[in-house]
Design a protein around this ligand. Structure first.
Ligand SMILES: Cc1cc2nc3c(=O)[nH]c(=O)nc-3n(C[C@H](O)[C@H](O)[C@H](O)COP(=O)(O)OP(=O)(O)OC[C@H]3O[C@@H](n4cnc5c(N)ncnc54)[C@H](O)[C@@H]3O)c2cc1C
Length: 426
């Protein structure tokens, strides 16, 4: 028996996945397809948390990280200007300081360029990975090749995208610069007064019901024997070499060969229990949903970067998705900022001018300061795997992350270098 097959013979058979968001559900599918006995620990319904309320974009051209040159001068506005790209609650300032320092360090031009190079192998494979998982789980109808459209109302707003366009060009992203007439052809129901320029990424995908996609991935995994234990994990404890991992909930103890930590913004505690430190916080995000009945007002998500929101035609109405709020995991939601954007959304899309707001929602983006996810094996325990920290791109990157995790667990060759996503990079 050669080394590789010896490794495979001894590879883990029982695997716990902690967290049943889109990343955990996708990983349950890829691992169960390889024959592992998978158990997902998720206290809620599968896919009901942050993974249910996002804008639905599978954004295959997202090579620009959140921290970009100029961010240092923007940080005071996070505290004092409610209309800035992000808000920072003053009461959370000292808690997030270490994360903010690293965020600022990630904004150096050379670092941004290297982060973009590290995002590229993930985002460029994201759509294909989803198509493959959706085919296995009979969910192809939930993913549409609709593209990702950004529109700008001013020349200066568009000019400010020069760096993003340069990065996309450098990394082979297919995008088109559109004039007003071309935007109108794509989205005839938008008010022409709110846009002058557009950037369109035709290869991006759109999921108008992200919770359904997450549940479809899990349902296929369930057919392969995956179990859902509806309990919150309180402790993950690797045993001495080779004797597995104990997963403790309030209700009892379970032992597995391996564990995948996929608890999104709540992952830091489990990494710590396994001896690994990570720089992770949450960028909270909001949506308000307008009831639109059967009317198809938009053909895809439309982003208005100058006003910091996206309008997305979701399965139950148009969602206005916005907000990047640094306030931690326990502060109550503050809907004032997104409510203040409603008049502009109603103007941009006159079809929602009279429509009632049917829901206000908040979710927790699991965010690292360098906008790269944490994907890989724990440096301390070979049977602990990490799959979290996907920030603004968790839906986009869930399927490719799941494929990488299943390859890692089974010691298959990696399709590209995943060391940029290692947990101990901070
Ligand atoms: C407003 C907004 C818009 C967004 N738009 C997009 C977009 O268009 N495209 C895109 O790609 N991404 C988008 N995102 C980001 C994306 O939604 C997230 O990155 C993604 O949902 C994270 O998935 P996850 O599975 O890692 O985490 P989650 O969905 O948060 O799942 C983690 C799960 O872990 C569970 N958990 C927590 N603690 C425990 C415990 N102790 N034991 C067991 N389970 C536990 C939670 O209940 C939760 O279900 C958006 C996010 C927001 C907020």
């Amino acid at each position: 028996m050669n080394k590789q097959s010896a490794q495979k013979a001894s590879s883990p058979r029982t695997i716990a996945i902690i967290g049943g968001g889109v990343v955990g559900a996708a990983a349950s599918l890829t691992l169960s397809m390889k024959g592992y006995q998978v158990t997902v620990f998720e206290p809620d319904e599968i896919g009901a948390g942050t993974s249910s309320g996002n804008a639905g974009g599978i954004v295959t051209g997202a090579v620009l990280p959140t921290a970009t040159p100029g961010v240092i001068s923007a940080i005071p506005s996070y505290i004092f200007d409610r209309n800035s790209a992000a808000v920072l609650r003053p009461s959370y300032f000292f808690k997030i300081l270490p994360w903010l320092f690293r965020f600022i360090a990630s904004a150096r031009p050379a670092r941004v360029a290297s982060i973009a190079s590290d995002l590229q192998p993930l985002v460029s494979r994201a759509m294909q990975a989803h198509l493959s998982l959706s085919e296995i789980s009979n969910a192809q109808h939930l993913i549409k090749p609709a593209g990702w459209l950004k529109v700008y109302g001013t020349d200066s707003g568009f000019a400010a995208t020069a760096f993003d366009r340069e990065l996309m060009t450098r990394h082979g992203v297919n995008f088109l610069v559109l004039n007003a007439k071309e935007i109108e052809e794509l989205e005839p129901n938008l008010d022409k007064a709110v846009y002058k320029h557009g950037i369109f990424q035709p290869e991006s995908g759109f999921v108008n019901y992200p919770k359904a996609l997450t549940q479809a991935y899990f349902e296929r995994a369930r057919q392969n024997g995956t179990q859902h234990i509806r309990e919150a994990v309180v402790e993950v404890k690797p045993q001495s070499a080779g004797s597995g991992i104990t997963v403790k909930t309030k209700q009892g103890l379970h032992v597995f060969d391996s564990v995948v930590v996929a608890t999104g913004a709540w992952s830091k505690q489990f990494a710590k229990q396994c001896g690994d430190t990570v720089c992770l916080d949450t960028e909270r995000g909001y949506h308000v949903s307008f009831r639109t009945g059967e009317k198809q007002l938009l053909n895809r998500p439309v982003s208005f970067p100058e006003n910091h929101f996206v309008l997305s035609p979701m399965h139950d109405g148009v969602s206005m998705v916005s907000g990047d709020e640094l306030a931690g995991l326990s502060a109550p939601p503050d809907f004032r900022r997104i409510r203040a954007l409603i008049p502009f959304a109603r103007k941009a899309l006159p079809g929602i001018a009279e429509q009632q707001v049917q829901r206000e929602w908040m979710g927790y983006r699991p965010s690292t300061p360098d906008s790269l996810p944490v994907i890989g094996r724990s440096p301390r325990h070979s049977n602990v795997f990490y799959a979290f920290g996907h920030g603004h791109l968790g839906l986009t990157l869930s399927a490719i992350t799941a494929q990488l995790i299943s390859s890692l667990v089974s010691d298959d060759p990696m399709p590209f270098d995943i060391t940029p996503y290692r947990i101990n990079r901070f």
